[in-house]
Design a protein around this ligand. Structure first.
Ligand code: SAH
Length: 224
């Protein structure tokens, strides 16, 4: 899978793409992430990418021309399954959507800034709009990182223990059971005895029950 991220601040994502599972997935050629500095497509000597809003109002707007130029160049090189704009008024991002996107081949993710992009970008170039939650960030980079991370970790082979990503919260509409590691007792606080019993069937049953109980308590909406 290939993901092209368009941003005026690609430095914000440099660290992210060179760490953890996203880094390893790239080393294993499971995913290829390319950061595109939009400013290189800016107009004039100042490489302008934003301008005042027509009709007035506070805040700058990202211009269509640099975005159009870059997206057109990318589209000439390969076919894209989705061209995504990160936006607080987009569809709320979920695990289900992450799973779905992880099966695609080529994605573009456009990060906005200021008041957002000229609406014609959204009308004519974008195929999907994603929000990571009901709050406003200063830019789309952190939101894009959330989406790229969630997609990458569910691509088969990205996580060494194949089942690990599938047993995470939300994968089966249930939250994860609690997890523990050594020591079995710390400060007098004990690990549930069943986990030390060696009885795999009983342990699996306990985990299922914990998942169910935690979901019922914390996120009853998931059980509906
Ligand atoms: N004026 C816009 C907000 C712009 S915030 C509005 O009120 O809807 C600047 C940029 O940050 C956006 O273009 C978007 O790319 C990104 N962004 C902010 N909040 C986001 C969120 N919750 N999810 C995804 N992207 C977000």
């Amino acid at each position: 899978m290939r993901i092209d991220v368009i941003s005026i601040l690609p430095e914000m994502l440099e660290n992210f793409v060179h760490n953890s599972i996203v880094k390893r997935a790239q080393q294993k050629n499971i995913v290829e992430i390319n950061l595109h500095p939009l400013r290189e497509y800016g107009k004039g000597v100042h490489k302008q990418v934003d301008d005042y809003a027509f009709g007035g109002g506070a805040g700058m707007v990202m211009m269509i021309a640099p975005i159009y130029e870059l997206i057109t160049k990318l589209k000439a090189e390969r076919q894209y399954d989705e061209i995504i704009y990160m936006s607080p008024d987009g569809d709320r991002f979920t695990q289900k959507e992450a799973n779905k996107l992880s099966t695609l081949n080529n994605l573009i993710i456009l990060c906005g800034h200021y008041k957002g992009v000229d609406h014609r970008v959204r009308e004519h170039l974008i195929t999907k709009e994603i929000s990571i939650g009901d709050y406003v960030l200063s830019g789309g980079e952190l939101a894009a990182a959330v989406v790229v991370d969630a997609i990458t970790r569910v691509i088969p082979g990205a996580i060494s223990d194949e089942t690990s990503a599938l047993t995470d919260s939300f994968q089966d509409s249930l939250l994860s059971p609690p997890v523990y590691t050594r020591p079995p007792e710390f400060n007098g606080w004990k690990v549930p005895e069943i986990l030390l019993s060696g009885n795999h069937q009983k342990i699996e049953n306990w985990k299922d029950e914990q998942s169910y109980q935690r979901t019922k308590l914390l996120r009853p909406d998931l059980l509906e």
